[in-house]
Design a protein around this ligand. Structure first.
Ligand code: ADP
Length: 162
């Protein structure tokens, strides 16, 4: 049986912290689907397609069992459709725990056969979030060690036009 994992999120934009989780999670399964949530479009800086294409660009070099998609609706429905056996989420600090715990329990209730697996953020990225990256970039702070190269020009362009 093929073990398929799914890493869902907003990825607005992808950070080196996300990529660290992608690399580690992709070694735990036959295929890892990175699933960009469409339903948060209104609050996000980047359109879904752009979030997807940044992920494709930065995953193409070194990760060969990764697929990037976008999805609508309930994650667990998408998991069933794609025969996913586990959901991957990253945990940075205690602050993440409460939110992640609630989502994991709800998903378990909706789809008891799908497990949620948590990977601890690596120490060097445990302070990195898409929100902070956007904030620092908006004040022209240096984010070059926090996001993959392909994100920087897009972030600059997007923030200049806001
Ligand atoms: P969401 O809006 O679903 O929280 P995010 O794109 O912010 O989407 O995050 C997706 C997942 O990646 C979440 O589980 C989040 O905790 C995790 N994550 C975000 N940043 C990091 C990081 N720097 N290191 C490890 N995990 C992270």
């Amino acid at each position: 049986m093929m073990h398929i994992g799914i890493y869902p999120g907003s990825f607005d934009p992808v950070t080196n912290g996300h990529l660290d989780i992608v690399r580690r999670a992709s070694s735990l399964c036959d295929k890892l689907i990175i699933a960009v949530a469409r339903n948060q479009d209104k609050r996000s800086l980047f359109a879904t397609e752009e979030r997807v294409s940044m992920l494709i660009e930065c995953c193409s070099d070194d990760i060969n069992n990764v697929e990037v998609v976008s999805f609508d609706g309930l994650l667990v429905d998408y998991c069933r459709q794609k025969e996913v056996s586990f959901i991957v989420r990253g945990l940075r600090a205690i602050a993440d725990f409460e939110y992640e715990h609630a989502i994991a329990l709800m998903n378990k209730k909706l789809a008891p056969d799908v497990e949620t697996v948590f990977l601890m953020a690596s120490a060097e990225y445990s302070f990195v979030s898409s929100r902070m990256v956007k904030e620092v970039a908006s004040y022209k702070g240096d984010i070059s060690s926090l996001v993959p190269d392909c994100v920087i020009p897009r972030l600059m362009k997007r923030l200049c036009s806001v």
